[in-house]
Design a protein around this ligand. Structure first.
Ligand SMILES: Cc1cc2nc3c(=O)[nH]c(=O)nc-3n(C[C@H](O)[C@H](O)[C@H](O)COP(=O)(O)OP(=O)(O)OC[C@H]3O[C@@H](n4cnc5c(N)ncnc54)[C@H](O)[C@@H]3O)c2cc1C
Length: 408
């Protein structure tokens, strides 16, 4: 039984079913309508740096004072965030950061192999772009500010190429002349439509005789041998011999019901899908100093990013999406915003950035796959592979210790 038909739960369900298990995938909504719907579609293998690194939290006071800054904490939510934030600070010790970088790099180093296998098994290779991502810098000062990131990538062997002046516009003619330097990350590819990827994987799962159930899981029944059934909001009861909880940012509510709290919050993010952008792009772009991303996706281009800490229930504040589009126009002066739709999603965020993937420490037949933060799409195929190994008793190809649920 897998709870949550986002990219994570769906990939796990598909991979298990393909290995001959009988899987039921449950979601209270249609598959792929959560965080996996409108994300930035990037297979961002070079973006595994812990959010708790000093380069981020040292800038936090400045960012928080700027209403258009890349991180916003709604005042009403501040107090509730304190326990999470203390853990975030604990994850910023230099020795801890080295561990977290290695845990992220171990996953990212596997991503293309696992993704290629998943896409070729399902006939979905066409969904993966051929082009990489350009990281943009207006000047040397901006580039120097990002050099630590690049040094870490070099340490782990991720490819990149530094470009200057016209070489940048040769690759991406829509970019403004004010972009003086760029780094090409050829392995940061993108998915043509992340929502359609979930839908296609659900179809592949069903074609292998996997079952999809619409239902809101609200409680668990326990027997001597572990969790024996799930209770749904409408009163239905589903018997289960093993349960995978992959409900994105909502997994914390479910794990709490099992007496196993996970320090998981939502890092809300925004995107704007523009179907008539007036420009065409082949690469995705990020501009670290302006904290936004643009990806050619879903038949147009998508602009997004930002972190808003406001909990699961507060209404979206689409001014944050508009700020990102305004910034994107600095890099892409001919961008027009026609046929645009705005979206907000809940990144499932853990204070140490590394996802939880593994067995429950309390219940024999429960597994967790959550907390993928900014990289759920990137990590999905690898998560499916690793979780299927753990659940079927095969030996995963990497040490799973850094991802255990009881590490906090
Ligand atoms: C603006 C933005 C941009 C992003 N860009 C990228 C990117 O470029 N690359 C990348 O790799 N990642 C990106 N991410 C992150 C990525 O989208 C997430 O990490 C990923 O989608 C999480 O997938 P998930 O399956 O864990 O969660 P979700 O997609 O949220 O799925 C969880 C599912 O669980 C269901 N559910 C919840 N509770 C219950 C319950 N009680 N009973 C039944 N069902 C339940 C929900 O309905 C939902 O369908 C971005 C996120 C945002 C917000």
């Amino acid at each position: 039984m897998a709870v949550g038909a986002g990219i994570i739960g769906t990939t796990i369900a598909y991979t298990l079913q393909r290995r001959g298990e009988t899987v039921v995938l449950i979601d209270r909504n249609q598959p792929g309508r959560g965080a996996s719907f409108g994300n930035m579609a990037s297979i961002a293998v070079t973006e595994f740096m812990p959010a708790s690194r000093p380069g981020v939290w040292k800038q936090m006071p400045k960012w928080l004072l700027d209403p258009e800054g890349p991180v916003r904490i709604r005042p009403a939510y501040m107090l509730r965030l304190v326990p999470w934030f203390l853990r975030f600070l604990a994850a910023s010790r230099p020795s801890k950061l080295r561990e977290l970088e290695a845990a992220g790099a171990a996953l990212c180093g596997r991503v293309h192999e696992d993704l290629a296998a998943l896409l070729s098994e399902t006939g979905l290779q066409h969904m993966l772009s051929a082009e990489g991502c350009l990281s943009l810098y207006a000047d040397e000062a901006e580039f120097r500010a990002d050099c630590k990131h690049i040094k870490i990538l070099e340490r782990f062997g991720f490819r990149h190429q530094v470009l200057r002046g016209d070489a940048i516009r040769d690759l991406e003619p829509a970019l403004a002349n004010k972009i003086g330097k760029a780094v090409l990350f050829p392995d940061n590819r993108s998915i043509s439509n992340p929502y359609k990827l979930v839908v296609a994987l659900v179809e592949a799962f069903q074609a292998l005789a996997g079952t999809v159930v619409r239902g809101d899981v609200v409680a668990f029944e326990q027997s001597e041998t572990g969790i024996s059934a799930l209770r749904l909001k409408d009163g239905r009861r589903l018997e289960a011999d093993r349960v995978v909880l992959a409900a994105g940012a909502y997994t914390a509510g479910l794990s709490a019901k099992l007496g196993e709290p996970i320090p998981l919050v939502t890092e809300r993010g925004y995107s704007t899908q523009i179907m008539a952008p007036g420009i065409s792009m082949r690469h995705s772009i990020i501009w670290p100093a302006r904290a936004f991303m643009v990806t050619p996706t879903a038949g147009g281009i998508r602009v997004g990013g930002t972190v808003e800490m406001a909990g699961l229930d507060a209404p979206p504040d689409y001014r944050r999406a508009k700020v990102l589009v305004k910034r994107a126009k600095e890099a892409l002066p001919d961008l027009t915003v026609d046929e645009a739709s705005e979206w907000m999603g809940h990144r499932p965020a853990l204070p140490d950035t590394v996802p939880v993937m593994g067995p429950s420490a309390k219940h024999r037949n429960v597994f967790y796959a959550t907390g993928h933060g900014h990289l759920g799409l990137t990590y999905a195929a690898t998560t499916g592979r690793l979780m299927a190994d753990l659940i079927t008793g095969a030996k995963p190809p990497i040490d799973m210790n850094p991802y255990r649920v009881d590490r906090f």
